[in-house]
Design a protein around this ligand. Structure first.
Ligand code: GCO
Length: 255
């Protein structure tokens, strides 16, 4: 058992929003730890490119194209996985968008779009995965939160509310599914160097704030989530449930 604590050999991980950014990094990390990975993305071309690159690197990769806000597409994707005999042992609910605007200027449609993409999707995909994990008596669910799961920042209200919901959805999953051998936890990334944050990186004032506000004095790199993802996907976390682990350079730990 000792050598296998973090070994994901024989397991299959579904990662939503895996074509790029944090999802792509975590998918590669889980594959490196031995998992077969099912990559999800809404854009078929971008998904195919990511899958091809990961196969070229020697990883076992399946593709599951669906929009995480489209329940019919989610149900069809799980039916296809069932038909192909692909059981999801590990789910990473990573897909998400950002939309920055002061609330007084925010259209309700934009509010709903962020909540649907960043929070409701994790419920729907999580429910479909859990339906199949419960009979097996085992499963790992990793929801991707944010610093905004705990602290608010002006102009990103729907994202903040959704990510706060991710923290509590993780606990709700624990309340209902831990007895069935499922461990549901969350990762709270700090300010990471991703496409979604490029506008912030390019803003000298915002960049200076992140660097000054983060004890590690730098932005995080997507690959720096891999260790925590592998931990929460592996036997090493079999008695960890309902937690959110911040990978944020210490930002949430200090004023
Ligand atoms: C923002 C950023 C943040 C980060 C991340 C921090 O506009 O403040 O996009 O939301 O992406 O969520 O944990």
């Amino acid at each position: 058992m000792k050598g296998q604590l973090f070994d994901l050999a024989g397991r299959t991980a579904l990662v939503t929003g895996a074509s790029r950014g944090l999802g792509r990094a975590m998918a590669e990390g889980l594959a490196e730890a031995g998992a077969a990975v099912v990559l999800n993305g809404a854009d078929g071309d971008r998904l195919a490119k990511a899958a091809s690159e990961m196969r070229a690197a020697g990883y076992r990769v399946h593709e599951a194209r669906f929009d995480v806000t489209n329940e019919a597409e989610i149900l069809a994707a799980f039916a296809a996985l069932d038909a192909a005999g692909i059981a999801i042992d590990i789910l990473v609910n990573n897909a998400g968008i950002q939309f920055r605007r002061p609330m007084v200027d925010l259209d309700t449609a934009d509010w709903r779009r962020v909540i649907e993409t960043n929070l409701t999707s994790a419920f729907v995909v999580g429910r479909e995965a859990a339906k199949r994990m419960i009979p097996r008596g085992a499963g790992k669910i990793i929801n991707i939160g944010s610093l905004t799961s705990d602290l608010a920042r002006a102009t990103v209200a729907p994202y903040t509310v959704a990510k706060g919901g991710i923290k509590m959805l993780t606990r709700a999953m624990t309340a209902e599914w831990a007895a069935h051998g499922i461990q549901a936890n969350a990762i709270g990334p700090g300010y990471m160097l991703t496409d979604m944050n490029q506008a912030l990186v390019d803003d000298p004032a915002f960049n200076a704030w992140v660097v000054g506000r983060t004890p590690s004095r730098r932005w995080g790199k997507p690959g720096e989530l891999i260790g925590t993802a592998v931990f929460l996907a592996s036997a090493a976390s079999d008695y960890v449930n309902g937690q959110i682990i911040y990978v944020d350079g210490g930002m949430l730990a200090v004023l």
